[in-house]
Design a protein around this ligand. Structure first.
Ligand code: SAH
Length: 243
């Protein structure tokens, strides 16, 4: 069955954009997934075709109108989860991406200006999703991020070689670092253990590096995934756990 993505946007011409290329683009051609866009402006009702209005309570910018958004959503709603792209949303995780990829598809709402009238969230059972702690100018690029992350997990998209099981976030850790030939480049040599052919030693080295890099860069991941119960690498003192 084709995984169906529908994007509600004021800029449908931005799609498929990068999603029409490489893995996602090939999968689109092969009908592993399908992409539809809906122009929110088509659901405006006044003669100026307005989609936004000034914020209640005052302040800068414009807010997307709930009646127009609802009409756009209702035109495509069919039981797929509806996600609104917003920096106020729950941060997207690989776990949520896996769930979405395992379903029938998604309906994604891309904001512009100051975002959406909040009432749409409850009225249409919309999930607010953020792709990170920074502010974009519009939700289209965020929607592309969500789709890219989902589509690569659909059956038949990634080769068997990259099952994704060892990747960053799958185990609650960042992935270990990678190297390839030449063995020595600009005076830097690939860690010897990776050239040893000793698979147990390689696995141990990779786990240790994954833990170390996660501790240094993303201590929040270790706390969130209960990493405190994992044995620290020998000789290393955990720096992330608070006493
Ligand atoms: N005033 C809003 C930001 C609006 S940015 C606020 O401070 O919360 C305009 C649009 O870009 C948003 O409606 C949203 O669809 C999109 N956007 C911006 N940053 C995003 C992020 N980190 N994740 C997901 N969508 C984002």
């Amino acid at each position: 069955m084709t995984w169906a993505a529908t994007i509600l946007t004021l800029y449908p011409e931005m799609f498929p954009g990068p999603l029409g290329i490489s893995l996602a683009g090939k999968a689109l051609q092969d009908s592993i997934w399908a992409l539809n866009t809906v122009q929110i402006r088509d659901f405006a009702t006044d003669k100026h075709r307005s989609v936004d209005d000034t914020p209640a309570g005052g302040g800068a910018g414009m807010v997307l109108k709930p009646d127009v958004l609802a009409a756009a959503i209702d035109s495509v709603s069919d039981g797929r989860p509806i996600l609104a792209m917003t920096p106020r949303g729950t941060p997207l995780t690989q776990a949520r991406v896996r769930q979405l990829a395992a379903g029938e598809g998604v309906i994604l709402l891309s904001g512009r200006f100051e975002g959406f009238d909040e009432r749409i969230i409850e009225a249409r059972d919309v999930e607010s999703v953020s792709i990170g702690d920074y502010v974009l100018s519009g939700g289209e690029v965020a929607a592309m991020v969500v789709l890219d992350a989902c589509v690569r997990l659909l059956p038949g998209v990634m080769g068997a070689a990259s099952s994704g099981e060892e990747e960053s976030f799958e185990s609650g850790l960042l992935e270990y670092p990678h190297y390839t030939r030449p063995v020595t480049w600009e005076g830097r040599t690939i860690p010897e253990v990776l050239r040893s052919g000793d698979h147990a030693k390689i696995a141990a080295w990779r786990l240790e590096r994954a833990r170390e890099d996660t501790r240094l860069r993303r201590p929040d991941l270790i706390e969130r995934h209960g990493g405190a119960s994992q044995a620290p690498p020998s000789g290393a003192r955990r720096r992330d756990t608070k006493a």
